[in-house]
Design a protein. Structure first.
Length: 135
């Protein structure tokens, strides 16, 4: 079973969250390429998001659907949030760019709350993979 198929078995809010995460961490940052002052930020966001997604897929193929899948996001996105906060204080951004960066940051921070919670639960012993319910 693929990771997407496992996500589809989760409660509907997880499906909606994953779709928002796709928008907030992959699609919305593409709009930052419009302005010269935010192009580097766009590249950094996209590269960390792609690396995170690839790492989650790899972990899933290695360990299954376990709470440790949030670890790549923690490793990559925690420094990304610091980088975005630091850059948000620059005065070269207009209001539109600032709002896009804030939305991307909020999306990533919310994801990190889930990820930190899941990884801590995994480290505290909840290591069993999600089991597909039988019908």
């Amino acid at each position: 079973m693929t990771l997407n198929e496992m996500i589809a078995l989760q409660p509907s809010w997880v499906f909606y969250w994953v779709n928002w995460l796709l928008i907030g961490a992959f699609i919305l940052p593409l709009s930052l390429f419009i302005w010269k002052s935010t192009r580097l930020m766009a590249v950094v966001i996209l590269l960390t998001s792609i690396a995170g997604a690839a790492s989650v897929e790899w972990l899933y193929s290695t360990l299954g659907y376990v709470k440790l899948l949030g670890l790549p996001h923690i490793i990559l996105w925690t420094p990304l949030v610091v980088y975005l906060l630091w850059n948000l204080n620059r005065k070269t951004f207009g209001n539109i760019e600032r709002w896009i960066i804030r939305i991307v940051m909020a999306t990533i921070i919310i994801s990190l709350v889930f990820d930190y919670t899941d990884v801590i639960r995994y480290l505290l012993g909840e290591t069993a993979p999600f089991i597909v319910p039988t019908s």
